[in-house]
Ligand binder design. Structure first.
Ligand SMILES: [Zn+2]
Length: 265
């Protein structure tokens, strides 16, 4: 079995390997080679590595020039810089003349992969710089706690597979913590999944029934679980909107955290 390593580390290793195979391969970086992992190539082939400084526009035009001279150029930066800071150079100097430059944008985004504290720190740093009169959308997030943290940081919209995918796997979100419906403690539990929830599933079915459906792999279980999880998420967002309008968001948040920590009875 191969050892698991980060994508960017694998990229860095592959560059070194390719550098051995292709003497005309050159690598450029915008002062981020410790992060983009081009540092291995820089060490192995210093005469074919160019640190262009914090200047993606220059990097792209130099890469275009090297490619025009027959080199295989790899231009590296963070994705947002490789595109945002150098769009015209990529379009005019590389794309239009069809030059052989591989533009490598690493560190594509936020919220999948990095530690949660890091996500919150970055959100805190950037969200407030976005215009107040436009909706703010955080893609691919997340748990109920993530949604609350997002709203606290000024996010308006989210999307995520979590409520539906988890539902299909028998993972249910409730006011009083998460429920794994396959657990045998629910086998004879005739209470609704979440007594405070008004959804179709909670109004009509018991935990024992949901447990049974999950156990036998009956598709209705996935459906009922999905109805509940989506209702829970929609209700969560509604409660946050109401609390914000009433000016009671901080109190609501404290109650939310206490309820979620309590665990289901
Ligand atoms: Zn429900």
């Amino acid at each position: 079995m191969g050892e698991k390593i980060a994508t960017r580390a694998a990229y860095g290793d592959a560059l070194v390997e390719l550098g051995g195979q292709y003497p005309d391969l050159v690598v450029l970086d915008a002062d981020l080679s410790g992060s983009t992992m081009t540092k291995g190539f820089a060490k192995a082939y210093p005469d074919r590595f160019f640190n262009m400084g914090i200047a993606e526009g220059n990097m792209m035009t130099v890469a275009a020039g090297l490619a025009a001279a027959g080199k295989k150029a790899f231009a590296n930066s963070f994705a947002i810089f490789a595109s945002g800071r150098a769009f015209e150079q990529v379009r005019n100097s590389i794309a239009y003349p069809h030059l052989n430059v591989t533009v490598v944008g690493s560190h594509g985004g936020l919220s999948v992969g990095e530690p949660k504290e890091e996500m919150l720190r970055i959100m805190d740093a950037i969200v407030h710089k976005l215009p107040d009169d436009r909706p703010r959308y955080l893609m691919g997030v997340g748990t109920p706690e993530d949604l609350v943290a997002g709203v606290s940081n000024g996010i308006d919209m989210f999307d995520c597979v979590m409520p539906t995918r988890n539902a299909r796997n028998g993972w249910l979100f409730t006011r009083f913590g998460d429920v794994k419906i396959k657990n045998s403690r629910y086998k004879n539990d005739l209470r609704p999944l979440d007594p405070t929830c008004n959804c179709y599933t909670c109004r009509n079915f018991t935990r024992a029934y949901l447990h049974h459906l999950h156990k036998v792999g009956e598709i209705l279980g996935a459906r009922l679980n999905t109805i509940h999880n989506l209702s829970y998420y929609l209700n969560l967002m509604q409660e946050m909107r109401d609390a914000l309008e009433a000016g009671t968001f901080e109190a609501w948040k404290a109650q939310f955290a206490a309820d979620r920590a309590r665990g289901i009875e």
